[in-house]
Ligand binder design. Structure first.
Ligand code: EPU
Length: 420
């Protein structure tokens, strides 16, 4: 069944909007529950599609789940289940992170190739090579990776050729129960990774170097259950901040951590935006004159997040001048600009990693398909800018990362509804 959003553009008011829990931490916190037989309780777990898929995966791996109004309790029901469900794994990239805990705990995992957004090549060689260094053997069987370490995982020194969020997380999730001290180098320091590592420490893991690119992880024999509240989603916060700027409204973005938004706030300030920063909020002040086009290059944290690039690209269609957008991390993350051009934007693709945006452009309504979470949200925001009725097909893709987005936008006057 396919949902679609119907949007009558040109309508949005100043006000407030609340940020939900961070998707890219939530998914890994769910994987971490596989490391313990004890009960785990997660509060403010966002009710998004990817979370539902991983909860179903956990059930198939022997967990008992109770999930009501963003409060989730996860208990162990059966043990020794090592096969990650193929259909569910194909739906989300984060399923790959489950491999670490299962392999560390039971000495074996059957991992189907993970799914997720089509934003470029998304190999898993860092994972398989990392597990091999820790003493496991990986082979391919009927489209699955069968990874075995009958004598248990042992410590290793692993250097990631590129900074990778999920590879850092998967190897850390394995090393916490391995024999000896594992050293991981060139690790991701995204806030969601740091939060996961701190979370593992609360479960009893021994980790040095959290927040730096080198981690030293001394394996322990057991981890315990935890109770915690989800951190806010910096990508959702960044989305709403830029939505306010492109629509020239005043918007208080509540329940966010401004310290996680430094790069985006720095670039937006250079372009002419003004903010009132609180301890857990960012108020976007109504723009008095148009933004000046300002180029960006996406970068691993603390640089400009690749996940916010599509929304920034749309914002630049409303700024004055030429902005070069450089996306070195994924080679498929700029193709959505073709849809923006069909809506009236003036964007030239230089190569798969770079586009040149000329602004300002008056956008026109269109019927358009949502390609991935962030590009889908970008097209939804473009539809709010365009006077007239647009239809965004494949609304579920946006639901993967943004909880009940239409209800939160309706609260600030956007004319949007869902049809299925
Ligand atoms: N890479 C490899 N080999 C690997 C793993 C990664 O070559 O084994 C490369 C990728 O091809 C890419 C680079 O490393 O060029 C970085 O990719 P990374 O592994 O960091 O991406 P990811 O872990 O698959 C996570 C988020 C993405 C986010 C990226 C970058 C999750 C579930 N996904 O993906 O989030 O864009 O990090 O920050 O955490 C989203 O939320 O919309 C989203 C796509």
């Amino acid at each position: 069944m396919n949902d679609r959003f119907i949007i009558n553009g040109g309508q949005i008011q100043s006000g407030e909007i609340q940020v939900q829990g961070a998707k890219n931490f939530a998914l890994k916190a769910l994987a971490a529950t596989l490391l313990t037989d004890q009960s785990c309780q997660i509060d403010k777990l966002p009710e998004i599609y990817d979370v539902r898929v991983l909860l179903d995966l956990l059930k198939k791996l022997g967990k008992k789940i109770s999930y009501h109004k963003q409060n989730c309790v996860i208990d162990q029901e059966k043990s020794d289940l090592v096969k990650i469900d193929k259909d569910l794994a194909h739906k989300v990239r984060a399923s790959v992170v489950f491999a670490g805990p299962i392999l560390a705990k039971y000495g074996q995992v059957i991992l189907p190739h993970p799914g997720g957004d089509v934003i470029g090549r998304r190999p898993i060689d860092f994972f398989t090579k990392g597990f091999e260094k820790m003493g496991a053997q990986a082979k391919s069987e009927q489209g699955d990776f069968v990874i075995q370490a009958p004598a248990g995982l042992k410590a290793a020194e692993i250097f990631f050729p590129k900074i990778s969020v999920t590879a850092t997380e998967a190897l850390a999730l394995a090393a916490v129960l391995a024999k000896g001290t594992t050293i991981l180098k060139n690790c991701s320091i995204e806030p969601e990774v740091t939060q996961l590592l701190n979370h593992l420490v609360k479960m009893g893991a021994q980790i040095q170097g959290i927040g730096t690119s080198t981690l030293s992880i001394k394996g322990v024999s057991k981890l315990k259950g935890v109770k915690f509240t989800m951190m806010p989603d910096r990508l959702e916060a960044g989305t709403f901040i830029m939505m306010a700027l492109m629509n020239k409204i005043n918007l208080k973005v509540k329940n966010c951590q401004p310290e996680h938004l430094e790069a985006v706030l720095e670039y937006l300030t250079r372009a002419g935006a003004k903010f009132k920063i609180g301890s857990n909020s960012v108020e976007v002040l109504r723009l008095k004159k148009p933004l000046q086009a300002t180029g960006i290059q996406t970068h691993e944290y603390p640089g400009f997040a690749t996940d916010l690039q599509p929304i920034y690209t749309l914002l630049m269609t409303q700024a004055q001048g030429l902005a070069m957008i450089h996306e070195p991390i994924f080679e498929g993350r700029l193709f959505f600009t073709d849809a923006l051009n069909r809506m009236g934007a003036d964007i030239i693709m230089c190569d798969p990693h770079r586009v040149l945006v000329a602004g300002p452009s008056q956008l026109r309504p269109k019927n358009i398909e949502s390609p991935d979470i962030r590009a889908g949200m970008t097209l939804l925001l473009a539809a709010i800018l365009a006077q007239g009725q647009s239809v965004i097909e494949n609304a579920q893709i946006i639901d993967r990362g943004y909880e009940k987005i239409e209800q939160r936008l309706q609260a600030i006057g956007v004319d949007i509804h869902r049809v299925n």
